[in-house]
Design a protein. Structure first.
Length: 383
C-alpha cells in the first residue's frame, strides 16, 4: 500500500510539490512567530534573581539625580548600587550591523552588581585606571575584530558629545553568551564631557537576598515618593519586558498579522488537498471494484494527505530553524538580545503535528465520502 501511496503522490508532481511548499511556508511563518513571541516573554535570568532596576517613574528617558545612589545603598538588603546611562551614539555609521548597546557605567560598582561577568583582574584594573577606557563583550569584540588597546570613536546623538575610547578589557558571560554584545565605558568620562550635570539614567541594585525583592521595592519607591523625580523599581525581567514594550505593542502586531497570514495559507493548502482527494472519487470506485475494502481505500487516500502535510511541516520547521539565526543577528543589531531565540524540540514537534493534522483533516472527509458512494455512482462520475 505504501508503494501505491507514493506512486499516487508522484503522479502529479507539480501539484504535490506546490502543496508541500504551501504547508512549508505556513509552518515557517507559524514557527518563526511562535519562537520570537516566546523569546519576547521568556527573559528570565537565574543570575539576575537578586537584581533590581531603579528608574524614573515617568519614563526611562527621564533621568535621576546622582545623589539617589547613596540613599539607595542605605536600604536594608542592598549590597551594591551601580549607576548607568544608555549612551547610544553612532559607531562608524548607522547601519544595523554597527548598532549595539553602549552604556556609561561605574567600573567598581558594575563588577559588584554583575559578579557573573568574567573579566581578568588586570583588565579590570586597566579599565578603572583609564577614564577613557571601555570593556566589550567577547562576542562583540570578535565581531568587530577589536583587540586590547583598540581606539574607537562614538559620535554623540542623545548626548551632544563625541567619545574617544580605548579597549581595556574583554568580558565573558559563560552562562549567557548571547549577552556578550554590550560596551561599557566610564561614566566619569561622560560626566566631565557634559560639564558634570550630576544626573544618571537608572540604577542597578544588587540584593543579598532575592526573597527581599518586594520589601526593597516598597522601601525604595517610598523613599522618593515626595521627590521631584520619583522612582519606579522593578525586577530585571520586568525591566527588559518594559524595554521591549517601548517598541510598541510588537507582540500583538507579530501575533495578529503573522497569524492571519499563516491561517490563510493553511486554509488554502487544506482546500487544495481536499480537492485532490475529491478528484479521486472515480479512482476509489475502481479500487473497490478490484477488491479493496472501504477502510483500505480511506486509509490510502488519508495517508497521501498526511504524507504531504507532514513533509511540508518538516520542511517548514527546518527552514524556520535556519532563519532564526539571521533574525537573532538582526535583533541583536537593534539592541534586543534573547536567550531562547531558537526552535525548541517541542515547537518543532508541534509544527509537524500541525502539518499532519492538516493532512488528516483535509484528506479524511472527502476520502470517506468517496468510499461511502456506491461503486456504480462512483464509476458514473468518470463521464
Amino acid at each position: 500500500m505504501i508503494r501505491l501511496v507514493w506512486r499516487n503522490l508522484m503522479r502529479n508532481k507539480l501539484r504535490t510539490t506546490l502543496t508541500i511548499g504551501s504547508v512549508a511556508i505556513a509552518l515557517l511563518v507559524l514557527t518563526l512567530l511562535g519562537t520570537v513571541l516566546q523569546a519576547m516573554t521568556d527573559v528570565e535570568d537565574p543570575t539576575g534573581a537578586g537584581r533590581l532596576i531603579a528608574r524614573n517613574r515617568i519614563s526611562l528617558t527621564f533621568q535621576l539625580p546622582e545623589a539617589y545612589g547613596a540613599r539607595l545603598e542605605s536600604i536594608p538588603h542592598v549590597v551594591a548600587v551601580s549607576p548607568q546611562d544608555w549612551f547610544q551614539g553612532v559607531y562608524v555609521d548607522r547601519r544595523p550591523e554597527n548598532q549595539f548597546p553602549r552604556f556609561a557605567s561605574d567600573p567598581e560598582s558594575l563588577l559588584q552588581v554583575f559578579p557573573e561577568l568574567e573579566l581578568p583582574a588586570e583588565q579590570a584594573e586597566a579599565w578603572k585606571a583609564d577614564r577613557r577606557g571601555f570593556i566589550a563583550g567577547a562576542a562583540l569584540a570578535e565581531e568587530k575584530e577589536w583587540e586590547l588597546g583598540e581606539q574607537i570613536t562614538i559620535a554623540g546623538d542623545i548626548y551632544p558629545v563625541d567619545l574617544e575610547l580605548t579597549l581595556r578589557g574583554i568580558y565573558r558571560l559563560p552562562a549567557n553568551p548571547a549577552q556578550e554584545r554590550s560596551l561599557y565605558f566610564q561614566d566619569r568620562y561622560l560626566e566631565e564631557a557634559l560639564g558634570n550635570p550630576g544626573i544618571v539614567g537608572f540604577y542597578w541594585l544588587l540584593l543579598d537576598d532575592p526573597d527581599a525583592v518586594p520589601e526593597v521595592i516598597q522601601q525604595a519607591e517610598a523613599m522618593f515618593e515626595n521627590s521631584p523625580a520619583q522612582l519606579r523599581v522593578e525586577t530585571q525581567e520586568a525591566f527588559i519586558l518594559g524595554f521591549i514594550e517601548m517598541l510598541g505593542n510588537i507582540r500583538f502586531f507579530f501575533g495578529a498579522i503573522g497569524l492571519a497570514v499563516a491561517i490563510s495559507i493553511l486554509l488554502i493548502t487544506a482546500n487544495t488537498m481536499a480537492m485532490a482527494a475529491r478528484e479521486r472519487t472515480t479512482e476509489v470506485a475502481v479500487l473497490r471494484t478490484l477488491g479493496f475494502r472501504k477502510g483500505q481505500v480511506v486509509t490510502m487516500v488519508v495517508l497521501e494527505a498526511i504524507l504531504v502535510g507532514g513533509l511540508g511541516a518538516l520542511l517548514g520547521v527546518l527552514l524556520a530553524s535556519g532563519a532564526l539565526g539571521g533574525i537573532q543577528t538582526a535583533l541583536q543589531n537593534q539592541g534586543l538580545v534573547f536567550n531562547t531565540l531558537r526552535a525548541s524540540p517541542d515547537r518543532v514537534a508541534l509544527g509537524i503535528a500541525i502539518g499532519v493534522a492538516i493532512g488528516l483533516i483535509a484528506g479524511a472527509v472527502p476520502a470517506w465520502n468517496a468510499a461511502r458512494l456506491r461503486i456504480v455512482d462512483g464509476l458514473r462520475q468518470v463521464a
